[in-house]
Design a protein. Sequence first.
Length: 302
Amino acid sequence: MTRSAVFAGLCTVDHFFYNDAMPAENEKTRSVGYDCDAGGPAFNAAVTYCILGGSARFAGNLGQGGNSEIIRAVARKFGLEVLALSNDPQQKPATAAIGINNRTGSRTVWSFQPESVTVVDGPAAIDPAGNNCLVLDGHVMPVALRMAREARKQGLPVLLDAGSWKPGFESLLPLCTCVIASSGFRCPGDESPIDYIGSLGVQEVAISRNELPIHYRLNGKEGQIPVEPVVAVDTLGAGDVLHGAFAYFRYGRGMEFCEALTLASRVSTRSVQFRGARDGVVAFQTEPEAGMVPSGLRQALE
């Protein structure tokens, strides 16, 4: 039986507006392009995992109505199993309006998230016989905590996407076996994120820094993973792709931490060369050396 990864957290309906320049406050502009897609950190990561060849389940607030169907359609397209955390007919999924600057690839995001979610499930998604890991983004914190505790109880690794500090992280971080944080992550006090997270007992920690090398600490030893320089078309979702790809190579393929992080970085870098969070991952899959760490780099990591 193929073992699946479990992803839990935020899924959104994203409306993309592509512009040559971002408007100022109280100014109108006509976008040169528009698209609508499902997104969210944990959802994008789960789809990435599936595109790369893995089997995954996603638990989140899918909502009800037309917007919910957009999320479900994307999940069906890529073979992602979904579990709705709420059966409230009035519940709406999170929604975002995203402005993409065509000249720089940078993004500006306006988002709406329901203030509360009536949760009907959570740990039921964790099956130690059928799953290889749990991946969280810190959203829907009560569910994240319950699922993380259950996963650790069952001996499953827990990977956290720490994009930004969220209330409850002080309880969630010690339950994680691996944390990949963004350069924008800020923790309490004056400690650096890598020191703070490491002090909580997490042995695998990485800080992604956009185009700069990824800084990591593995069992107390620090190092860097180089990032290939490319011209970015759209950076939205690059971190989500990084987490999904890392989960696939680390837990789905059983690679060592540095190898998995290196390949995940390659997938994420490919993703920013395309619009959206999917086409670059699909393109990576067609490359002759997809899923292989170059021998020279492999030796440098050893």
